[in-house]
Design a protein around this ligand. Structure first.
Ligand code: NAD
Length: 375
């Protein structure tokens, strides 16, 4: 369900005026809201799993581990530490200001906008919300329209559990988000791709609004020679094929010592089969690609290099098999764009300096993995 710009404006005005009332400055008020959020998540674990199944075919254990429990942990950790974090801290006073005393006060910012992504649509929309509530802000949440079932559920649940002038959800895509961004906020927390990140930052700049941008990138995974290849392969598969590769910090590509290549490929084949069976399409633990656009994008990548394992697809269920790809070049789009799917290109290096040079010659990744016994 989307909102008209007029409805959006009145929701935003409501949130501003609630902040001005000063209620959120009270730490006990924030603690009560966090406890309500915890109850909301815990009461509706089954509904959250059902929405994630619909959007991404996530299995219940995966949804619990990577979305629900993640948020619960965030809330409980914050509840444990909030009073200490929020209390004023006495600091030294410079001679020029003697005989004064000095404190650092942690003041709420005001109205915060959270724009969520679709890949972990529950976790990555609600985790920043925990921080925003804890810091005493009022919040407007805009989940990703791409994960429509989870977006609708977030709106429904927050509408039922919270005062809409304290915490509100608006739904919609590019057009609705652009209209929201016309308004001034005190902070914007955006998670998603780089292209939209630039749009968000440009819109924020008009009001000099500070932003947090949680973006993507190509995270390399280095595999050294003479290691436990089976163990490395299981760990690589776990991170890469969870959520069908749609994880911002998943290994994007492997950089393997040239002598280790046959061994890691054999171990990866074994690990994929151990995790998802001979036919991953029939596995209850294997996700699907979020939509046709991303499915087609991945199919284009599969035309590059040489598929050595997997490679099957099914458009009707948006299934892309866990796939290993050999003989790609650094210029192929699969090596210049973020993959964000279950395709793993394998490149080789001769010396570790060569591998480091390759990584440093490219934009900064979000994460980097290395499997080596060399400390
Ligand atoms: P997306 O398409 O869901 O977009 C993110 C948000 O931007 C959505 O809420 C969407 O409605 C909004 N949006 C889309 N077009 C817009 C426009 N023109 N103007 C204003 N808002 C607009 O998500 P995505 O970008 O495809 O997400 C995938 C990316 O997110 C990947 O690059 C991934 O690496 C990154 N990501 C990063 C993290 C992290 O923590 N760093 C976590 C998850 C995902």
């Amino acid at each position: 369900m989307t909102d008209t710009p007029k409805t959006q404006a009145s929701v935003i005005e409501g949130l501003r005026s609630f902040f001005r009332s000063g209620k959120t400055r009270d730490i006990d008020y924030r603690i009560r809201q966090l406890k309500i959020l915890d109850k909301m998540v815990t009461d509706h674990e089954q509904d959250i799993m059902a929405a994630l199944k619909k959007d991404l075919n996530k299995s219940n254990p995966e949804s619990f581990m990577t979305e629900i429990n993640f948020v619960q942990h965030e809330i409980r950790y914050t509840l444990k530490h909030l009073k200490k974090w929020a209390s004023p801290k006495r600091v030294a006073t410079p001679v020029s200001l003697q005989p004064g005393t000095s404190y650092i006060y942690k003041d709420p910012l005001g109205l915060v906008l959270i724009i969520g992504p679709w890949n972990y649509p529950f976790n990555l929309t609600l985790s920043p919300l925990v921080g925003a509530i804890a810091a005493g802000n009022t919040v407007l949440v805009k989940p990703s329209e791409v994960s429509a079932a989870t977006s609708g559920l977030i709106r429904d649940l927050i509408g039922r559990y919270f005062d809409p002038s304290y915490l509100a959800v608006v739904e919609g895509g590019a057009e609705e988000t652009a209209a929201i961004l016309e308004h001034p906020f005190d902070h914007i927390f955006y998670t998603g791709g780089e292209r939209v990140g630039k749009i968000v930052m440009a819109a924020a700049a008009k009001h000099l609004t500070p932003v947090t941008l949680e973006l993507g990138g190509k995270s390399p995974c280095i595999v050294d020679k003479d290691i436990n290849f089976d163990l490395a392969a299981r760990r690589i598969c776990w991170g890469k094929f969870m959520n069908a590769g749609q994880t911002c910090v998943a290994s994007d590509y492997l950089l393997v010592h040239e002598t280790a290549k046959p061994k890691i490929i054999e171990a990866l084949r074994g690990a994929i089969t151990q995790f998802f069976g001979e036919n991953p399409q029939a596995s209850p633990c294997y996700g699907r690609i979020i939509n046709e656009h991303h499915f087609n994008r991945l199919c284009e990548f599969m035309k590059q290099g040489n598929i050595i394992f997997g490679g099957t697809t099914d458009i009707t269920s948006r299934y892309v098999a866990p796939t290993l790809i050999d003989r790609v070049t650094p210029e192929d789009p699969i090596m210049t764009e973020e993959i964000f799917g279950p395709l793993l290109p394998i490149m080789t290096y001769k010396t570790i300096d060569e591998a480091i040079g390759f990584i440093n010659a490219r934009p900064k990744p979000l994460a980097l993995y290395i499997f080596s016994d060399d400390e």
